[in-house]
Every structure is written in C-alpha cells, then in structure tokens.
Design a protein around this ligand. Structure first.
Ligand code: 13P
Length: 280
C-alpha cells in the first residue's frame, strides 16, 4: 500500500527499530527495494534526490512507485530527499510524493526555521510528512555540493522542533554521505541528548559504510529512519559490470536484472540491520 511516512516512523520510535529509506535511481532499483521489503515484511521508504527527480521527473518517479506500491502488502512511502528549494518541494507534493525533506541546513538557523515551518504548514493539510535538517551532514550526496560536518546542537534542535513542528528531524552526529575515508565516528551521546530534548523521530543520514553495530546502537538511541544510497548505487553498478564482462550480452534485461538482484540482496541485509523485519 502507498502511505505517508510519519506513521511508519512513529511506530518505529515506539518499537525501537528504524524504517529503512533507500534511494532509487530507476525502475529496477524501485522493484528491488519493494521486492526486499515484501520478502522481509518490512515497511519501506523509497526516496529520490533532486538530481534524480531531474533525471526521472517527479511525475514519472511517482507513477512508477505508486503503480508498484498500491497492490503491495507492505506500506511504502515515496520521499523527496534533501531538497533545498521550497518550490521544488511543492512540485513533488503536487506530483504525488507522500513525504518530503526540506533541507535548509545551509541557511541561517532563523531562515531554516521559517522555511521548514512554511513547508510543514503547507504539506500537513495534504497528509504529506515533512523531514527537516539541522546541522550539516559531511560528504557528498549524489551530485549535490560537498559539505563539511557541522554537528547538531541538541538545545537548538529542541527549539527548531518546537518552532517548526516537523514530523522527523535529520541530525548531524558524525556520519557522512558517500563512502567513508577513515573509520566513521558516531557521537552517540549527542543522539541521546537530541532524542531526549526533541522527542521526534530522528533520521540517520549517510547509512552506507557505517558498521552494522553502530547503526543498531544509533537506532536504540532514537534514530527511526536510516538512509542508504551509495551502497545501493554501487551494488547496481557491480551487477551491470559483471554481466557486461561478456561482450556478447546486448539485452538490457540481463544486466539490469542482475543490478536488480544485487540491490534486492543488499536491501534485505539493511532491513535486518534496521530490525524492521515483520513490522509491515
Ligand atoms: P549514503 O549515500 O552515505 O548511504 O547516504 C544516504 C543518505 O543519507 C541520503 O540522504
């Protein structure tokens, strides 16, 4: 079934697990994510970055996800990931996205509050979930600009949530987008403090490359949505490369089918790490 994500993450908060949020780039990745969620009986959030929306268009991304989600036994939300432009958030909602992230993390604290609140006021009456970000995630997401980590201040997070009334909050606690150059160091105390002061479902970005035990610990402290993108892209590409080693292969079903199989296998592993098996 096609749903919004707020109920999924609220249930996860109460049950101390996380809803996996997987970035998809094309039809086969959407199929792979849904297949994995159905096999593991897990709720799932499928998300697209603004560059992916530009590539697919919001209408086509929605049409694809909705066509597969409407008859699925598991709850599936379609979420816009890291969108810094109010108008683009509105376009995604108009296209049918059930969940959006307004990313004002590069703005002043006051502007981030003002626009995040405006997004909430507009989206909520339409039943659309809103995620916002405070602090800045390091690394590079898709072909968006590379950022330095600015850790989320727990007291500011409390004020931010009170003033914006967002449904879920992305926080910077040491994870980065993309593959890690060194050992990832997560600030677990910071998660605990933010969770205590805000009481909203928290979102862990930069899920690729974090040791499984660290993801599980972050979830036990209040992370209710965990984002995975880079590892899925790498798995899809690995599948295509392997099949195309045979230069006689010319059928896209062969290499894209292998990409789909690799992504589905990885998603199942991540679903187990999030402890969302049988939570659909
Ligand atoms: P990774 O690419 O590091 O998995 O991060 C995904 C993410 O946070 C998407 O918003």
């Amino acid at each position: 079934m096609y749903v919004s994500s707020v109920e999924l993450v609220k249930k996860a908060l109460a049950g101390r697990y996380a809803v996996p949020a997987f970035n998809a780039e094309n039809l086969e990745m959407v199929q792979a994510i849904i297949l994995a969620a159905e096999e593991e009986k897990s709720p799932v959030i499928i998300q697209t970055t603004p560059p992916t929306v530009k590539y697919l268009t919001a209408d086509q991304a929605y049409a694809m996800v909705y066509a597969m989600a409407k008859n699925s036994p598991v709850p599936i939300a379609l979420h816009l990931d890291h969108c810094p432009v109010f108008g683009d958030v509105m376009q995604a909602i108009r296209a049918g996205y059930s969940s959006v992230m307004f990313d004002g993390s590069n703005m002043s604290f006051e502007d981030n509050i003002a626009i995040s609140r405006k997004v909430v006021e507009t989206a909520r009456p339409m039943g659309v979930t809103v995620e916002a970000e405070l602090g800045t995630l390091g690394g590079k997401e898709d072909n968006l600009e590379e950022c330095e980590t600015i850790y989320t201040d727990p007291v500011q997070a409390q004020e931010f949530v009170e003033k914006t009334k967002v449904d879920m909050l992305a926080v910077a606690i040491g994870t980065v987008h993309g593959f890690y150059k060194g050992e990832p160091k997560l600030d677990f105390d910071r998660i605990k403090k933010i969770a205590m002061l805000t009481e909203v479902p928290l979102v862990l970005h930069g899920g690729s490359g974090i040791p499984d035990e660290s993801v599980k610990k972050a979830i036990s402290l209040g992370m209710c949505k965990v984002n995975f993108a880079t590892e899925l892209r790498a798995a899809a590409t690995k599948g295509v490369r392997r099949v195309l080693e045979d230069v006689d292969v010319i059928d896209p079903k062969k290499y894209m089918g292998q990409a789909r199989a690799e992504v589905a296998k990885l998603c199942k592993e991540k679903i187990r790490i999030c402890s969302s098996v049988n939570k659909a």
